[in-house]
Design a protein around this ligand. Structure first.
Ligand code: GTB
Length: 213
């Protein structure tokens, strides 16, 4: 059955890998699954056809036969459960890898999103100068904890897993901010993720769409 995902017709980042379809593409590439992409405009996101698949009118979505999914984490977990390469065979190790997926979106991504919103959407507000250091300190707090846990390991828990895929993707959001570079092992961890051939293929595919004429 053909896998079809959705992505922005034109991503606001120009295809630098920051929109969440990159995470799904990466998972599909890691597991060697061919897929098609349906490009969606911002207008079409809020129309009934797309809302039937994602009630929040967002990308990415995943369709395969009778199955229609939304939420990046759920999509990546589904891919990881269906195909080998992203979750360990051992039951406990598998559960821990899934815990890292949740940690990425539930514990690490929220302060990063708060920071991104403060920077992109609220920089003209009178209180922004005062608030920004607080928001940045919240990000640092989480990075510090993650950095301690990662230590000198290559990946979060043994071999590369869907947990690393999600965590690296989340951390990529702050790569240009300088915050990540305050934690050398995290910056190296993200670089290792980006160096994976599957990530490179996912990134290139998204960039190609966003740089087309
Ligand atoms: N929780 C959902 C999930 O994980 O799937 C969140 C999905 C989501 O935020 N989708 C965004 C979207 O569709 C795109 S990824 N937004 C359109 C809308 O809400 O109307 C977020 C994103 C977009 C662009 C950049 N960028 O250009 O840097 C970065 C991240």
């Amino acid at each position: 059955m053909t896998i079809t995902i959705t992505a922005f017709d034109r991503s606001p980042d120009g295809g630098r890998g920051l929109s969440r379809d990159t995470r799904v593409r990466w998972a599909l590439e890691e597991t060697d699954q061919p897929y098609e992409v349906r490009l969606v405009t911002f207008k079409a996101l809020k129309e009934s056809g797309h809302l039937a698949v994602n009630p929040f009118g967002q990308i990415p979505t995943y369709e395969e036969g009778d199955l229609a999914l939304f939420e990046t984490g759920a999509i990546v977990l589904h891919i990881a459960q269906q195909h080998s390469g992203l979750l360990p065979a051992d039951g406990n190790a598998r559960a821990r890898a899934i815990a890292w997926m949740f940690a990425a979106v539930n514990s690490v991504e929220p302060p990063i999103l708060e920071f991104a919103n403060a920077k992109l959407l609220e920089s003209d507000r009178p209180w922004n100068d005062e608030r920004m250091p607080i928001v940045m300190e919240r990000v640092r707090g989480r990075l510090r904890q993650l950095s301690v846990r990662l230590g000198v390991a290559e990946w979060l828990d043994g071999a590369f897993s869907a947990g690393d895929l999600m965590m690296v993707s989340v951390l990529l959001r702050i790569r240009t901010s300088g915050l990540l570079d305050e934690f050398r092992n995290l910056a190296d961890y993200v670089a290792r993720g980006e160096a994976r051939p599957a990530y490179k293929r996912a990134f290139a595919a998204q960039l190609a769409i966003n740089t087309r004429a």
